[in-house]
Design a protein around this ligand. Structure first.
Ligand SMILES: Nc1ncnc2c1ncn2[C@@H]1O[C@H](COP(=O)(O)OP(=O)(O)OP(=O)(O)O)[C@@H](O)[C@H]1O
Ligand SMILES: [Mg+2]
Length: 247
């Protein structure tokens, strides 16, 4: 059985950065096979991991909807898509990556949620760890493409707005009965978060990741977070919190 970590939060709080650092630490600790899932149509996770994406689930779906005659005779549409998605998974050193993208064809849209839910859930079972970087906001929750994870990691900045968004996400998770075994709050980019506000959230605050100039530098150079120094302040902080996140 795989251990699934889904990352959520307001826009720009550092979800993708944290997802990439988690993949890096899981790899560093040789904890087993890792699938990084880029569930944000903007596909930033690959860049942060220094990985290349062949094709997204969205473009595969578009292709199949546009050219249904390409489905081999005797093969169902679902099996064909499943096969294509499987082959779109890119293997990298120490982890695989699957990019969701977003299909454009209107005729396909109703089909997408099913694919995201069922086929990817099936693929994920083959890995020891699955790290899902979601797009900002709530849509992935209401579309129920995030469900049944071991850890829901809500990333927030230290602001009241960020924390309110984090709280809303957790509220929605409960309301929609999304099965998150634990819902954790991680403050990113600051060591000075408003303690009183944090206490009032229903999330379990596990700690803070400081603003790290090495992340800024990697971002400016479009560099991968797999290459930053082991002693980087962000990595050190996350390493300490890891047992809570992936156990
Ligand atoms: N701890 C940190 N120290 C310094 N810079 C950081 C830190 N965390 C994130 N950043 C920077 O903040 C910016 C936003 O981070 P990131 O892309 O991870 O956020 P996001 O929540 O995934 O955004 P989006 O909602 O657009 O997907 C990036 O430029 C990133 O390099
Ligand atoms: Mg992101």
């Amino acid at each position: 059985m795989s251990y699934t970590i889904a990352i959520a939060g307001k826009g720009g709080t550092g979800k993708t950065t944290i997802a990439a650092l988690i993949v890096r630490l899981l790899k560093e600790q040789k904890r087993g096979s890792i699938l990084a899932v880029d569930a944000d149509p903007n596909n930033n996770l690959a860049e942060n991991l220094g990985a290349h994406i062949k094709e997204t689930v969205g473009s595969i779906l578009d292709g199949v909807c546009r050219n249904p005659d390409k489905i081999p005779p005797g093969m169902s549409k679902d099996t064909f898509i499943e096969y294509q998605v499987q082959t779109s998974i890119t293997e990298n050193e120490g982890f695989d990556i699957l990019a969701m993208g977003r299909p454009e064809g209107p005729g396909c849209y109703c089909y997408v949620n099913n694919i995201l839910r069922n086929i990817t859930a099936k693929l994920m079972k083959d890995y020891d760890y699955v790290v899902i970087d979601n797009e900002a906001g709530f849509e992935h929750l209401s579309r129920r493409t995030t469900r049944d994870c071991d850890t829901l990691l809500v990333v927030s900045d230290a602001t009241a707005v960020g924390l309110r968004a984090a709280e809303r996400i957790n509220g929605l998770v409960k309301e929609l009965k999304i099965g998150a075994k634990k819902s954790l709050l991680l403050i990113n980019g600051s060591n000075k978060a408003q303690k009183e506000m944090i206490k009032r959230t229903s999330l379990d605050h596990i700690g803070n990741i400081p603003n790290d100039p090495l992340i800024t530098r990697a971002g400016l150079n479009a560099g991968s977070l797999m290459g930053i120094r082991e002693t980087a302040a962000s990595l050190k902080a996350l390493r300490k919190l890891g047992e809570n996140i992936w156990n």
